[in-house]
Design a protein around this ligand. Structure first.
Ligand code: BG6
Ligand code: MG
Length: 213
């Protein structure tokens, strides 16, 4: 029986991918190359550092910067990203997300958040949903990024629930992989072709909540 539900943040609870995309695109343009929406798919669920490495490779600039310069580039991107996040409102919570979490809680299921983002606390505050979660693990608390299962195992541990009794909601292939490696039931939120390894794929949390009713 499922005792815990663990949610990814970006792309599952709130559509921040478009803001990440705008900020990375601006950085690519600053460095003199293009960055498309299709390229952006590769950054979903991936850590900030790894995102930068992928972006630089796309621009053929993977060997041009020192580690210190890369830190600077990440800071610049994040400051642009934060301009959007600071304006985020509750209206941007994806349809069905809040209802689903509240429904699960009513049924006695513990809820967790497991996100690679280091901006998670700010996002949760802006959306006013911090209290919905019994445990939160964000990018500041992990040493290995998804697809490593560390983040989900840590979240299950905080919830005091056996990983096998947890279900994960994820929109990124790396996240689905991490959930499966953690021994959890993985629900892909999005399109089947990108989330092939998931146990089931749903179009949106809204679809699921309607089916539960
Ligand atoms: C993930 C996003 O949730 O967080 C990635 O899907 C992002 O696109 C990663 O790169 C890290 O986010 P942040 O907020 O720490 O830059
Ligand atoms: Mg995501």
């Amino acid at each position: 029986r499922i005792e815990g539900a663990i949610f990814d943040l970006d792309g599952v609870i709130v559509d921040t991918a478009k803001y990440h995309y705008s900020a990375w695109k601006k950085l690519a343009n600053m460095l003199g190359f293009e960055f498309t929406e299709k390229d952006n798919e590769k950054l979903k669920g991936v850590s900030r550092k790894e995102s930068l490495e992928i972006l630089l490779k796309i621009g053929g600039k993977e060997n041009e910067f020192s580690e210190a310069q890369k830190e600077e580039l990440m800071d610049i991107k994040n400051s642009w990203y934060l301009e959007y996040i600071n304006k985020l409102t509750e209206d941007e919570i994806l349809p069905g997300a809040k209802e689903l979490i509240l429904t699960l809680k009513e049924q006695g299921i513990k809820t967790g958040l497991a996100t690679a983002s280091k901006n998670a606390m700010l996002i949760l505050e802006r959306l006013n949903i911090k209290d919905l979660f019994d445990a939160i693990v964000d990018g500041t608390q992990i040493s290995r990024a998804k697809p490593d299962p560390e983040i989900f195992l840590k979240c299950a541990q905080k919830l005091k629930i056996d990983p096998q009794k947890c279900v994960v909601f994820e929109d990124a292939a790396a996240g689905i992989k991490a959930a499966k490696l953690a021994g959890m039931f993985a629900v892909g939120v999005g399109s089947c072709d990108m989330l092939g390894e998931a146990d089931i794929v749903i179009c949106s949390l809204d679809q699921l909540i309607k089916e539960l009713k």
